[in-house]
Ligand binder design. Structure first.
Ligand SMILES: C[S@@+](CC[C@H](N)C(=O)[O-])C[C@H]1O[C@@H](n2cnc3c(N)ncnc32)[C@H](O)[C@@H]1O
Length: 170
């Protein structure tokens, strides 16, 4: 595995989950792991950095903009707002990179309606763990699973929020 892609334990979990639930992934943050998943599943990736944009699957370039309300940078949704009318088997939140932060997704809560399963990577970090709590507060009927992996880069955690239905407070 690489430090920049989803860990082995989390990738395995996604494979197990999708073998029973379906095949459509919406992934924030593109990298080598996304490329591997695109060979097995229908992946839609959102990526801000042209260096990691791929053209052999649906990889949408969305530059970062400043989100006033949350005082952070996040993807400009004008580049992917057509996704409002789609459904996904899983949403993977693994971008933008940790130094930019991922909490900007909270400014677009409609995204959480697109799937019953939301995976947030790197939740061993305080900011990503706080993001999980905020998403949990928005959703109802949510079951939390924490996957811990002892990787060569240290302890990593990935959190999955799974809903039994699609009714929420957003
Ligand atoms: C954690 S990576 C996303 C990884 C992706 N979800 C995967 O499993 O391969 C978060 C961001 O880092 C950047 N990135 C991707 N691969 C990288 C690499 N090998 N080195 C440095 N930055 C990378 C991209 O901008 C990406 O959106």
């Amino acid at each position: 595995m690489g430090a920049w892609k989803l860990g082995d334990v989390a990738s395995h979990w996604v494979d197990q989950f999708l073998s029973t639930k379906g095949e459509k992934i919406l992934e924030f943050g593109c990298g080598n792991g996304t490329i591997e998943r695109s060979k097995k599943y229908k992946v839609t990736a959102i990526e801000h950095d042209l260096l990691y944009i791929k053209d052999d699957f649906r990889c949408i370039h969305a530059p970062l903009i400043f989100i006033q309300d949350l005082s952070c940078f996040w993807y400009d949704i004008n580049y992917f707002k057509e996704l409002k009318f789609e459904e996904f088997d899983i949403i993977i939140i693994d971008g933008p990179p940790g130094d930019i932060g991922r909490k900007g997704i909270l400014s677009e809560p409609w995204i959480f309606k697109l799937s019953n399963c939301i995976l947030i990577d790197d939740t061993h970090r305080q900011e990503e763990n706080d993001l999980v709590s905020k998403i949990e507060a928005i959703l109802i009927n949510v079951e939390r699973v924490d996957l811990i992996e002892n990787s060569k880069w240290g302890l990593r955690k990935t959190t999955i929020l799974n809903r039994s239905d699609n009714i929420d407070k957003v």
